[in-house]
Design a protein around this ligand. Structure first.
Ligand code: ADP
Length: 665
């Protein structure tokens, strides 16, 4: 059973392990994907925000350029004189930081008037404005072609302070009635164009104008570097040239969880893994409990199967809910035949007793607690044989402490009964044997005792014959002789009857009997032996003794046996005075008991003999059987009393036994 359980358990165990591993791997993969996706989602968010910011910045710059263009056109409004132009141009330069220089040129590109930014030292001081003449010419030609503003590519202008500036020219053709009269050339500082974006930039952003190969022309921002960088590029399309605006943004690199979403997903993942671990641990505990339970179950099953005691459980309606193999074997029915049965008569009740059993069952089901030591009943085997059983019942209490039925244990007491019967029979046989042995012993005494009356009868008969022969026949003499003969015959008859009575009386019933009667019954037999051995028999009866409750025959035999042992012990040449004392009194220890004692003044009992005194067949006599004392003790103990002996001073032994007192005599 155990192995079977174990075998079944093993493959399941492996399958469960496999499932758990697969689940763990899947959950881990899922969680990693989730964290990765969250990270990616977040990166794409950042990227698109950056793209938006870059587009905003480009739009911003474009609108500034357009506004500047309008302001520059306004300079020429109403054909101003040189002085007013200078004044207005200077005001414009003060207002717009990104403009570093404004020139008014004629249609041959000669400078008519010019103004420089008040925020910087003159930009073209170091190189001279003429060095960039070609750029100006180029852009103004382009402007003329476009009939509108045109922008040049940017170029670097080194300055006197050792630094330099990336600048870009813008040329606006001044036309009157379709003929170009001159040009307005404005120089932009790329750096200042970016600087004006300032407030829109966040601290971790950097914005720059770059060339196609990534070289930065002007940079704004750059407060923090390191970590993950996101970039967005946008083109600033201007007539004549195209600028690339690049925006970079740094995310704090050491941040493992760059935003709330990723952190949340990660935290949830960790929680999930923790729960998975806890579940796994719980599962392991459960598995262990399951295994322990299986072990306990197997153990219980093995125990039940090996029991010789029958077990049966019934619910509160009396239906059989469980039987063990021993019970099935006892009654000869299979478990299937028995389960569910029992509300009516179960098949193992003998039909003639079913009514009585049903009443008993009703009493039990009404909630009466059965005797703890059990009770006896008779069951019927499937083949019809009746057999006695000992039933021990107890309420069946479930785990919640509620009674759900009754549990009964059954012992087949057939064998026990047989043994009891055997021992009772052998005990009886032993007693009968002992009695017969004693009778045999008595036969010799009897012959001795009968000799006297028989001799007397013979001599009376001879005397009578002689009288008749002599012819002198006084009827009075002959009647006297006959009377004597009758007397002697009666005496002999009494002797024989006393023995006969003793041997024949077999009724076992206990009766209340006066102690005196017990002694009277044995005295004729005791006296027989006493006379032969020259023993004087003394009787001491306490006054007002109640009756004793006993099996008369048995107790008489005990008394006779003790008296005989006492007399035999005194049968020694050196013992002159031979007295046997039979005494009856209330027990000094307990008045509910009557104490009998038989005392002799023999040699007493040696310690090595005392040890084995009550052992059956122990004897020191050549013709003894050694059964007397062991039977005596059995008889007395069957009456509830006890038999003891002690030495009685100056020498001799006294045997005492007790019997329960009955009603007053
Ligand atoms: P049996 O008389 O057949 O030997 P008992 O069981 O009556 O068997 O006695 C066993 C032995 O106990 C006797 O052989 C004797 O040695 C001893 N015994 C019994 N009663 C006395 C007694 N009153 N005094 C001394 N010895 C005794």
């Amino acid at each position: 059973m155990l192995e079977r359980l174990g075998e079944r358990w093993r493959p399941q165990h492996w399958r469960r392990r496999l499932l758990w591993s697969a689940l763990t791997a899947l959950v881990l993969a899922l969680l990693l994907t989730l964290v990765w996706l969250a990270g990616r989602y977040e990166a794409s968010q950042v990227q698109s925000r950056l793209e938006r910011d870059a587009a905003d910045a480009v739009g911003d710059i474009r609108s500034r350029l357009t506004r500047n263009l309008q302001s520059l056109q306004a300079l020429q409004f109403g054909e101003p004189g040189p002085a007013r132009w200078s004044q207005e141009a200077t005001a414009l330069l003060r207002e717009r930081r990104e403009l570093v220089r404004i020139e008014w040129r004629d249609d041959h590109f000669n400078v008519l008037n010019q103004a420089g930014t008040p925020y910087r030292p003159p930009v073209f001081d170091r190189l001279g404005r003429d060095s960039v003449q070609s750029e100006v010419t180029q852009v103004c030609n382009a402007a003329r072609r476009l009939s509108g503003p045109a922008y040049s590519g940017s170029y670097f202008v080194p300055m006197t302070d050792g630094l330099g500036l990336e600048v870009m020219e813008m040329c606006l053709p001044l036309a009157s009635a379709g003929v170009v009269m001159g040009y307005l050339v404005a120089t932009y500082s790329l750096q200042d164009l970016l600087d004006d974006l300032g407030p829109q930039l966040t601290r971790s952003q950097e914005v720059s104008f770059t060339e196609g190969d990534g070289t930065r022309l002007a940079i704004r921002g750059n407060s923090r570097r390191g970590g993950r960088v996101f970039s967005a590029q946008h083109l600033l399309d201007l007539p004549g040239t195209t600028l690339v605006l690049r925006m970079d943004s740094w995310r704090g690199a050491p941040d493992l969880f760059p935003n709330v979403l990723t952190a949340l997903v990660t935290a949830m993942s960790i929680a999930l893994v923790a729960i998975l671990l806890l579940l796994g641990k719980d599962m392991r505990r459960r598995l262990k409990a399951e295994r322990d339970l299986a072990d306990a179950l197997a153990f219980r099953k093995a125990m039940e199967d090996s029991l010789v005691t029958g077990l049966r459980a019934r619910d509160l309606q009396g239906r059989i809910t469980y039987v063990n193999p021993a019970f099935c074997q006892m009654v000869g029915f299979t478990a299937e035949e028995l389960l569910g049965q029992g509300v009516q008569a179960p098949p193992y009740w003998p039909p003639e007793l079913a009514d009585e059993y049903r009443k008993r069952q009703e009493i039990r089901l009404a909630g009466n607690v059965p005797p703890r030591e059990g009770y006896e009943s008779v069951f019927m085997h499937k083949d019809g044989t009746r057999f006695p059983v000992l039933i021990i019942e107890a309420p069946l209490i479930n785990a919640q402490g509620v009674q759900t039925g009754w549990m009964s244990a059954f012992l087949d007491i057939r064998e026990q009964r047989r043994v009891e019967e055997l021992s009772r029979a052998s005990q009886e046989r032993l007693q009968a044997t002992a009695r017969l042995a004693m009778v045999g012993e008595m036969a010799s005494l009897l012959s001795h005792e009968l000799n006297q009356p028989l001799a007397a009868i013979a001599s009376y008969a001879t005397g009578t014959q002689n009288l008749l022969d002599q012819g002198a026949h006084s009827p009075a003499d002959i009647r006297l002789a006959m009377h004597r003969i009758a007397e002697q015959a009666e005496r002999a008859g009494k002797v024989i009857k006393s023995v006969h009575d003793f041997v024949r009386r077999r009724d076992q019933a206990r009766e209340a009997i006066a102690p005196r009667l017990l002694l009277d019954a044995i005295l004729p037999l005791v006296n027989l032996q006493a006379r032969k051995l020259g023993v004087q028999v003394q009787i001491r009866l306490a006054p007002d003794l109640p009756t004793v409750l006993c099996d008369r025959t048995m107790v008489e035999q005990v008394l006779l046996n003790l008296a005989r042992n006492g007399m035999q012990a005194m049968d020694q040449p050196e013992i002159r005075r031979r007295v046997l004392t039979l005494e009856v009194r209330r027990s000094p220890a307990d008045a509910r008991w009557i104490e009998f004692s038989v005392a002799d003044i023999g040699p007493g009992i040696a310690p090595e003999v005392a040890e084995q005194l009550f052992t059956p067949f122990f004897t020191t006599k050549a013709e003894g059987m050694g059964l007397g004392l062991s039977l005596c003790r059995t008889v007395i103990e069957q009456h509830g009393g006890n038999l003891v002996f002690e030495s009685s001073p100056p020498h001799g032994t006294v045997f005492r036994f007790t019997l329960p007192a009955g009603p007053a005599a």
